[in-house]
Design a protein around this ligand. Structure first.
Ligand code: M6R
Length: 614
């Protein structure tokens, strides 16, 4: 996820050179993950904006470009985590307008950038990157031509952009200011003495000040070395003095955003990750291209490993339902058993958050060698799997640092649901309004996921105390709930080291029920679908009859409430949202069970975040 730091200072008032402060702040944002970085400053004679940026690690760029040596007192820096446009020197931030008088850094996704860019191109603007961000610099330039008042121009531009953004902008027109705006991406102001900051995150400023103001959505303004102007769009200026917070965290605590572990932070980031993913998908032509490819396919396969494999199972069930097309799902490492049957006109949907998992990459290569076409779904722009595929669709979850996948699972299933809907529409199975209704449900997901997390965290803590003493547990469901149950079991195994097994609930009587004895924990994922509930009722009862302790993850309106010993209540929704609403309680249960057992959930034993060996 991109990171921003901007500093504006009075000469002689800072403990280090302002550029060193900016650079050190940038290093504190490294943990967020990035592929390129850069900075811009107004030269002390105010005649030009100096930019130093490129692809690569910050330390490398420092050696090559001297990021910490930029001159002047007004500076912005950025770490980029590619979303629009591959990682490259040109796509690194800051971005300039045509005349080099405005420099912009941005975290988020500008949803309407294509429309804005076309308009700006028509007006003669020249672009030098593939990013959505660059349109902001040109849009402000365009507005400035009209208003000749920079803040007005900035504000008008902000009102025109749609999507998520944290912005920091410097300009030769007002060289002692950094302009900022925020919606759906984090931004804070650091309050210093003779200098002020804007930043994505508290660690970036903590070395220099413990006073911070959290900027809210739809707020914008500017900082100078000795003043702060803050306003809410449509409501006017804000008295920010009562919003100054004293930060008591250590730098290490702060990089986890105040959470004790990355995993917990990433669980809580899911509403944001899903929202950004949805913004990225809207008006994304590659989804339509992918849907067309799928429609023409002779056979459709999906492959992945671990958590991504569960997302693939969900995708195959959703596609069967929405596009009436079967999708064969296989575990990536099993690709040799599939490869010989692949031919031209077959399409593979290869899912990998890292984009580098070797088993998935081998499956992709085997498929393409035989003339098959590949659609990659990944979180990392330009990683190996998307690069070697015919088409790539990206989620925008931001970097995931905890080894256990959490936010990338829900972001992946968001992408796959979107793809299944587009496919269903293309196939004529869904009419426009049915497809629109399903997309409306997905648009509600960020809010519903936030509710699911908030409603279940304390129950997860309580239940974890008991589960921590167990040796084994079942996670059961049917249909669209099965991949979610599988994901819950994988989480418990990998971070709490408790044996957990998951299978479609109808299989119990064919063997697994033999293990069930008094107080054996059995968790049922209960999607809000009548026929599933009816069948699960029998499965719950057969478990209960053997003394099992029944835990349910179900919506408020479930007909099975009286069958449950313990109930994780999730918001009511549509079946398509099942992985989004029902997975967070399972992630929280695994997390708190690991904590209770004294394990570090961020670094589970024997596991690596990205598996690049066969
Ligand atoms: O990066 P990928 O999605 O290809 O990774 C696949 C698996 O290695 C990954 O999901 C793994 O199972 C995680 N530890 C799950 O939490």
């Amino acid at each position: 996820m991109c990171g921003i730091i901007g500093v504006v200072a009075l000469p002689g008032k800072t403990p280090y050179k302002p550029s060193e402060m900016g650079y050190r702040g940038l290093l504190r944002l490294e943990y967020r993950g990035y592929d390129s970085a850069g900075g811009a400053s107004i030269d002390p004679f105010r005649r030009r904006i100096i930019v130093a940026k490129g692809k690569g690690k910050i330390a490398e760029l420092e050696r090559k470009l001297g990021l910490s040596k930029l001159p002047g007192y007004t500076l912005i820096y950025h770490t980029r985590w590619a979303t629009h446009g591959r990682p490259s020197d040109e796509n690194a931030h800051p971005h300039l307008d045509c005349r080099g008088e405005i420099a912009v850094v941005h975290n988020g996704i500008i949803q309407n950038y294509r429309i804005l860019k076309e308009e700006l191109l028509r007006k003669g603007h020249v672009f030098s990157s593939e990013t959505d961000t660059e349109v902001i610099a040109h849009l402000i330039e365009e507005k400035y031509r009209v208003y000749r008042d920079f803040y007005r121009a900035f504000k008008e531009a902000v009102m025109e952009i749609e999507g998520s953004y944290a912005l920091a902008v410097i300009t030769l027109h007002e060289p002692d200011k950094i302009f900022f705006a925020k919606k759906d991406s984090p931004l804070i102001i650091g309050v210093g003495d003779g200098y002020n900051f804007v930043a994505s995150d508290i660690p970036a400023i903590l070395e220099y000040t413990r006073k911070a103001i959290i900027v809210h959505d739809n707020e914008l303004g500017y900082i100078t070395p000795s003043s702060i102007y803050l306003e809410e769009l449509g409501r006017g200026s804000i008295d920010w003095s009562r919003r100054v917070r004293i930060i008591e965290w250590s730098i290490e605590d702060a990089s986890k955003g105040g959470y004790p572990h990355y995993m917990l932070k990433e669980i809580h980031e899911q509403p944001r990750a899903i929202r950004d993913t949805l913004y990225g998908l809207m008006n994304e032509p590659v989804v339509v291209e992918a849907a067309k490819l799928l429609l023409d396919a002779r056979r459709i396969y999906t492959t992945a490993a671990g958590t991504s494999y569960h997302a693939g199972l969900y995708y195959s069930l959703a596609t069967a339902q929405l596009a009436k097309q079967p999708v064969y799902s296989f575990i990536a490492s099993e690709y040799p058993s599939i490869a010989d049957s692949v031919g031209e006109d077959d399409v593979l949907v290869a899912i990998s958050q890292s984009g580098e998992t070797i088993d998935v990459l081998m499956a992709v290569r085997a498929f393409r060698e035989r003339g098959g076409r590949v659609i990659a779904v990944s979180n990392i722009v330009d990683s190996a799997i998307p690069r070697e595929s015919d088409l790539a669709i990206y989620m925008r979850a931001g970097p995931e640092i905890g080894v256990a996948a959490t936010k990338t699972f829900t972001a992946q299933t968001t992408v796959l649901a979107w793809l299944a809907i587009a496919h269903g529409e293309e196939a004529g199975v869904l009419d426009r309004s049915e497809a629109g209704e399903l997309r409306d449900w997905l648009a509600k997901a960020p809010q519903l996921v936030a509710e699911s997390i908030a409603a279940n965290e304390s129950l997860a803590i309580k239940l974890a105390e008991w589960i921590a003493g167990k040796h084994s547990m079942y996670y059961l469901s049917r249909w669209i709930g099965v991949p979610v149950a599988m994901e819950g079991a994988l989480k418990l195994k990998e971070i709490a080291y408790i044996h957990a097994e998951s299978y479609p609930a109808g299989e119990s009587k064919h063997g697994p029920i033999a293990l069930v004895e008094n107080m054996f924990p059995v968790l049922f994922v209960i999607p809000g679908v009548d026929w599933v509930e009816k069948l699960l009722l029998g499965n719950i009862q057969e478990m209960r009859a053997r003394g099992a302790y029944i835990i349910g993850v179900a919506a408020e309106d479930t007909g099975l409430a009286d069958q449950l010993d313990l109930w994780f209540r999730v918001p009511c929704g549509h079946w398509i949202l099942t992985p989004l609403t029902h997975t967070p309680p399972l992630q929280l249960l695994a997390y708190y069970t690991a904590i209770r057992r004294g394990y570090d959930p961020d670094k589970p034993r024997n596991l690596a975040k990205t598996v690049t060996v066969e």
